[in-house]
Every structure is written in C-alpha cells, then in structure tokens.
Design a protein around this ligand. Structure first.
Ligand code: KIV
Length: 258
C-alpha cells in the first residue's frame, strides 16, 4: 500500500486529516507543507472557469491542472477528481483513471457516488488504483444543493452507501454537506477516515476549496470560513505597481539591463 495512504488511514481516531484543494504548482507547493492530502478538485470548473456546473469540466482540463499541481506536491497525498461522464462503466472508468494516474503521477482518484459506482470502485481498486469516495452533496449530478440527512430514507441511504464504498476498497471518503449527527454516525461506523466539507467537526478530517479559504473567491456558502484575505494583498500590490509606473518610479536602473 502507498505509504502516504497508510499515513492517512493511521490518523483515524488519532489526529485530524488536513486537506485542501489546489489547481496549480505555486499554490500547491505552499499547501504541501500544511496538508496531509492535496485535492485537484473539479471545483476548478466554477472557481477558475466560471462554469455553472462541474459537469462541464473535461478530463484534459483535470489532467493539465494536475500536472501543474504535481510539481508543487512533494509530501502530501495527491488526489485528482475524475470529472463527470468519465466513469460511467467499469471499462470507461478504468481507461480514464489509468490515464489520469499515468499522465499526472497522482496517488489516487476521487469519484462521486454510492451504490451505483460500487462495481467501478472495485474494478479500479483491483487494478491498484487507490480511490477516494465522495457522498452527501454530489456536485456532478446534484439537483438540489441542500444539506443531506433530513429525511430518514436519505439518512439510511448514506449510511448504507458509505459502508458499501468502504467494503469496495476506498481509503477515505469526502462527506459534503452532511448533517452533524449523521456525519458522526457515518464516521463512527467506518474504519477509514471521513473528510468533511460542511459536515461538522464530527468528521475525521476537513477539506476546503483553497480560493474560498484565502478570500480570493467570493463565497457566501455557510460552511466557508475565510482564513485569509489574499484579495486585498493582490489589490494592494497591483495598486502600488500602477502608481509607480504612472509616476515613472518603476522600473529604475536596478530593474533594467545596461
Ligand atoms: O471538487 C472539489 O473541490 C471537491 C472538494 C470540495 C471536496 O470535491
């Protein structure tokens, strides 16, 4: 087993798993020092490309961003999202997951879904492709973006799906917008770590989209906490640059060739 995956599994009931998304080398190299897992999420569709849905993200886009991220990630586990419509059956999933693993040199792939993708997960795991699961809100196929765990039928399905995914061989699972008590129930019944996003402190770890966390992306989502205000720093630097160019203070001799 990949030693980085082993490390993440060993954190269960001991220490929280720290995860963040990254879409490019420079940001990834900063996050690598602080994270256990760096995710190249298909959230890049909305964050970077202004797509209405992650459905529009292509495999090539994921591969290109992941190649960049790979240069920045040295110590963390690097996971890449398989985009929508790239894992509709075992054959397609295996072909595309192999492509992602080979081209990006990532450590694992992440797939959204429960019972419906069990056979696909088993196929990938059998072929030595580590898989991370994703339950709760499933952005690739979701119709209603409200938290999960209100109705009994929904609660039972999530509990069952998470167990099925664990039995199929996933090493960890993202729980997106899962109600607090349900997140605890799922976390308690699994031997693998649950990584929450909007799913309370009951999960074994947490993940956020980096652009939200640093205040680069305008986000009014309830679970997003801005831990930084990078937007202000960038704006300040751009303002200073403009001022110095207009006043001919920049570039001086120091910044010129002669
Ligand atoms: O696409 C993504 O960034 C994700 C995380 C938010 C979990 O799936």
């Amino acid at each position: 087993m990949n030693i980085k995956i082993k490390k993440i599994l060993n954190k269960k009931n001991k220490s929280k798993v720290i995860c963040l998304t990254a879409y490019s080398k420079n940001v990834a190299s900063i996050l690598d020092k602080h994270c256990d897992l760096v995710l190249v999420g298909d959230s890049l569709g909305s964050v970077l490309y202004n797509y209405k849905s992650t459905k529009e993200v292509s495999l090539d886009t994921m591969i290109n961003h992941s190649k960049s991220v790979r240069f920045g990630v040295k110590k963390s586990l690097m996971v890449v999202d398989m985009p929508y419509n790239t894992y509709r059956n075992n054959k397609e999933a295996l072909r595309n997951a192999k492509l992602v693993m080979n081209k990006t040199k990532c450590d694992a792939v992440k797939l959204e879904g429960g019972k419906k993708i069990i056979s696909i997960v088993k196929t990938l795991v059998k072929n030595k492709i580590p898989v991370m699961g994703h339950l709760g809100i499933l952005p690739q196929t979701e119709k209603k973006f409200t938290f999960k765990g209100k109705k009994l039928i929904e609660i039972n399905k999530l509990i069952k799906d998470s167990k099925l995914l664990e039995e199929a061989g996933i090493f960890s699972i993202v729980l997106e917008c899962v109600e607090t008590k349900l997140a605890k129930k799922i976390t308690d019944q699994l031997n693998i770590p649950t990584i929450g996003i909007g799913s309370s402190a009951n999960c074994d770890g947490q993940v956020l989209v980096i652009d939200d966390l640093i205040g680069l992306n305008e986000s009014k989502i309830k679970f997003v906490k801005k831990f930084g205000q990078v937007k202000n720093n960038i704006s300040q630097a751009a303002r200073k640059f403009k001022k110095e160019v207009l006043s001919k203070k920049y570039p001086t001799k120091k910044y010129s060739y002669n």
